[in-house]
Design a protein around this ligand. Structure first.
Ligand code: TLP
Length: 361
């Protein structure tokens, strides 16, 4: 009992929960810093140069969060009263506080897509004709990997096609690539290769890459200079934040090569879950580090609620999150090894043998 109490929980709520590695902490302690609002933080400048280089772009900009980097891109590409096309479960639409409307003044124009993967046939009907009294389409946004569809990955031919056709009608395309290194790992391709046609790309250092803080926006020099102004407007001008960027540099250089382990662990978890009565998911669809499963009725008993299963798992030191009344998300990352995944599976199997009412009593 005591050892169970002392054991750190198996935290599958998100890959945002990772703590900095010893190498990151050393780099943070030793970081050379300056005032980044004056462009004088050598560590931030180095991180921005490396991000631009890795993505084959002219420039990059460091942000405190992915949400601020997405909003900055949206606000830089659009003006109030214009529309942003995105997928109906997109992070910018569901989980960024409606900032695209509240702050950028844009109207989201959403469409659901199978597995969250848009294509031109879905997007084209949403593009507004050039009539002066219609809100104009100012931006298309894609999400790769797609979080709320369980870490699904865009086939590069599909995202390339969307970008080319959008450019042909004069609309820029922004990528929410919070987990683009996971997508690249799953595809066995480089991030520059799979994102080259986007006008701007946001990626997070603080998710699968494991840094404690930070996201990047990459694009042309002109776009990044305009984004720097928008970032300051949003209150995102930081000072000696090289102490944070130092961990980001370690994450950028060292972590992408180990992401396949998180993907293997997610698939292993998915295969185990699919064998448990009352759980529905297709393990073959789990190709990165996120999985979302459904709770289903078993032998005439109603489906368990996600809130009930999440609470029962928490009592067993397994943390995860509900994404709907009967759906749960789990995310693998470098703080959760294969043993922890097996322990989590044992706990889930135990919880799922309880009758629905037992947990609610
Ligand atoms: N996602 C978080 C939650 O907000 C859901 C998570 O735990 O997955 N784009 C995508 C696709 C994201 O998944 C997230 C964070 C963001 C943007 C925002 O990044 P932050 O949290 O740094 O603002």
């Amino acid at each position: 009992m005591i050892s169970a109490m002392l054991r750190a929980p198996i935290d599958l709520r998100s890959d945002t929960v990772t703590r900095p590695t010893p190498a990151m902490r050393r780099a943070m302690a030793e970081a050379v810093v300056g005032d980044d609002v004056y462009g004088e933080d050598p560590t931030i400048n180095r991180l921005q140069e490396r991000a631009a280089e890795i993505f084959g772009r002219e420039a990059a900009l460091y942000f405190p969060s992915g949400s601020m980097a997405n909003l900055t891109a949206i606000k830089t590409w659009t003006r109030p009263g214009t529309e942003v096309i995105c997928e109906a479960q997109g992070h910018i639409y569901l989980y960024e506080m409606g900032a695209l409307s509240a702050i950028a003044g844009c109207v989201p124009n959403t469409v659901p897509a199978p597995d969250g993967i848009l294509n031109w046939d879905l997007i084209e009907p949403l593009i507004r004709p050039h009539v002066y009294y219609r809100a104009q389409t100012a931006l298309i946004e894609l999400e790769n990997t797609h979080n709320m569809h369980g870490g699904t990955v865009y086939p590069p031919s599909v995202s390339d096609d969307i970008c080319e056709r959008a450019h042909a009608v004069g609309v820029p395309v922004h990528l929410d690539g919070a987990r683009i290194f996971n997508a690249a790992t799953a595809l066995g391709r480089g991030v520059a290769d799979i994102t080259g046609k986007f006008d701007s790309v946001m990626f997070c250092l603080s998710k699968g890459l494991g840094a404690p803080v930070g996201s990047m926006l990459v694009g042309s020099r002109d776009f990044i200079e305009r984004a720097r102004v928008t970032r300051k407007l949003l209150g995102g001008g930081m000072r000696q934040a090289g102490v944070l960027a130092a961990a980001g540099l370690v994450a950028l250089e060292q972590t992408p090569k180990r992401l396949h382990i998180d993907h293997e662990n997610a698939r292993h978890l998915a295969e185990g879950l699919a064998r448990i009565d009352g759980i529905g998911l297709d393990p073959k669809k789990v190709v990165t580090n996120i999985l979302i499963f459904e709770l289903r009725p078993v032998n005439g008993s109603p489906a368990r609620t996600a809130a009930d299963v999440v609470a029962e798992l928490a009592k067993r030191d397994v943390l995860c999150g509900a994404t709907g009344k009967h759906s749960i998300r789990m995310v693998t990352h470098f703080d959760v090894g294969r043993d922890a995944i097996d322990q989590a599976l044992a706990a889930i199997a135990e919880v799922m043998t309880q009758p629905a009412h037992a947990a609610q009593a």
